[in-house]
Design a protein around this ligand. Structure first.
Ligand code: SF4
Ligand code: SF4
Length: 418
């Protein structure tokens, strides 16, 4: 038995690998272990061996695939243009189909019905908020503690972003994917997006019929759940001229909707990461450049922004326009180890990569960092033990704008909680 689903990597996807090894030094798991089986080339060889019926989807194969972060750092450096992320998602769907486990069933429920339900997420968020209030997040079991320890404070959260913003009549309509976790735990980022887009002359529409983008389900091999969520979003955003997401993982997944939903290709073509749109508005003079002198700020590149979407200049342009001096944390852009569920499923490797990132941040001496992905923010906040302030580039910009205009007296930038 080779592959059993229609999701599997195709022969042409796998044969694009010419075994050159140029990807190896860019792969975090290869750098951690030095093992060929923990490299992109090794994993693609293993997939090809299954394709040819030489090996089965057995336990050693699953371990090779599970250890991959899905960071896609291997893609931009690959001369064969191997669509590694696609091959990985297809292979994980095969694992779910051929080796279903109790853990997969639980994850399938969490990544589909739970993330797709605002009510279920809201109940979970109230529970987490209570844990924070009672200072009990330290009692959360080990592999989940890194996650809860890196969350923003859930106290006094602003109202959910939904509906259509007031904006200039006749202005271009921008659909805002508010996300699942992003909507519940990082609402300040969505609020900053609405405030800045409106000021830039857009009308923002956040339809309440939207749902989780499905990225986490797709990355974990839950292809059916990912397709259901994508179809719902295609219906919700069908009419908007432009669509943005404020989490890099979500915007990267929207760009792949052509694979995940009928008519998803049109949405994919019209979607962008919020950093791209805001940087363009600053470039075009629709948002102001603020005076410098705010001091240094580190910029971290989320893998799904840097490697999957090849977006690096825009987050830097935004914090520069806010008056900060950009400090590079990691010119190689290695994964921080967050990688969706990786923190929970591969805690040791995730912790090691998180600690490496924390060391890089500390070595620069910055106490402010801009990151455009919620998972990265939580991982780095947890790894730096609350010594550093993290926020999305657009939050740093809105904060600076508000201060420079004395429009508000309090900062929207969140601090860490324990
Ligand atoms: S860089 Fe691309 S072609 Fe070369 S070994 Fe890695 S995946 Fe294969
Ligand atoms: S996705 Fe990341 S961890 Fe996986 S093979 Fe590519 S570079 Fe390595």
């Amino acid at each position: 038995m080779a592959w059993v689903t229609t999701e599997h990597p195709t022969r042409s996807e796998l044969s694009a690998c010419v075994q050159c090894g140029l990807c190896l030094p860019h792969c975090p798991t290869f750098r951690l272990t030095g093992k060929e089986t923990a490299s992109p080339r090794g994993r693609l060889s293993a997939m090809s061996a299954v394709q040819d019926g030489i090996v089965q989807v057995d336990r050693p194969f699953v371990e090779i695939i599970d250890f991959c972060l899905g960071c896609r750092a291997c893609e931009p450096v690959c001369p064969g243009m191997v669509p590694y992320g696609r091959a990985l998602e297809g292979t994980r769907a095969e694992i779910v189909a051929q080796r279903p486990s109790f853990s997969h069933r639980i994850r399938g429920f969490l990544l589909g019905p739970v993330l797709g339900s605002r009510m279920a997420l809201g109940i979970g968020t109230v529970f987490l908020s209570l844990l924070q209030r009672l200072r009990l997040t330290r009692l959360v079991p080990g592999r989940f503690r890194r996650l809860t320890g890196g969350m923003r404070s859930l106290r006094g959260r602003p109202a959910r972003v939904a509906g259509t913003s007031a904006g200039p009549k006749g202005g271009e309509v921008i659909g805002l994917l508010t996300g699942c976790v992003q909507d519940q735990w990082f609402r300040q980022t969505n609020e900053a997006a609405v405030a800045l887009l409106t000021r830039a002359g857009y009308r923002v529409e956040a339809p309440s019929a939207q749902t989780c983008c499905g990225a986490l389900a797709a990355h974990d091999g839950k292809a059916g759940q990912a397709r259901r969520l994508a179809a719902k979003n295609v219906a919700a955003f069908g009419e908007v001229e432009h669509l943005v997401a404020t989490a890099a993982g979500c915007s990267a997944h929207l760009a792949g909707y052509g694979h995940w939903a009928d008519d998803g290709g049109a949405i994919a073509e019209r979607s962008e990461d919020i950093t791209v749109l805001i940087a363009r508005a600053i470039e075009e003079g629709r948002l102001p450049r603020l005076p410098g002198g705010r001091g240094p700020i580190g910029v971290q590149d989320p893998c799904h922004l840097r490697h999957a979407q090849r977006v690096t200049a825009e987050p830097r342009a935004i914090v520069e326009a806010a008056g900060y001096e950009v400090v590079e944390i990691d010119p190689r852009g290695l994964c921080c180890g967050a990688a969706g569920l990786y923190t929970v499923l591969q805690p040791e490797a995730s912790r090691e990569l998180g600690n490496q990132k924390a060391d890089q941040i500390r070595s620069t001496g910055v106490n402010k960092v801009a990151t455009a992905n919620p998972g990265c923010e939580m991982q780095m906040r947890s790894a730096t033990d609350g010594d550093v302030q993290f926020a999305h580039p657009i939050e740093w910009y809105l904060d600076a704008l508000a201060q420079s205009e004395s429009a508000v007296t309090s900062s929207p930038v969140e601090s860490s909680v324990d």
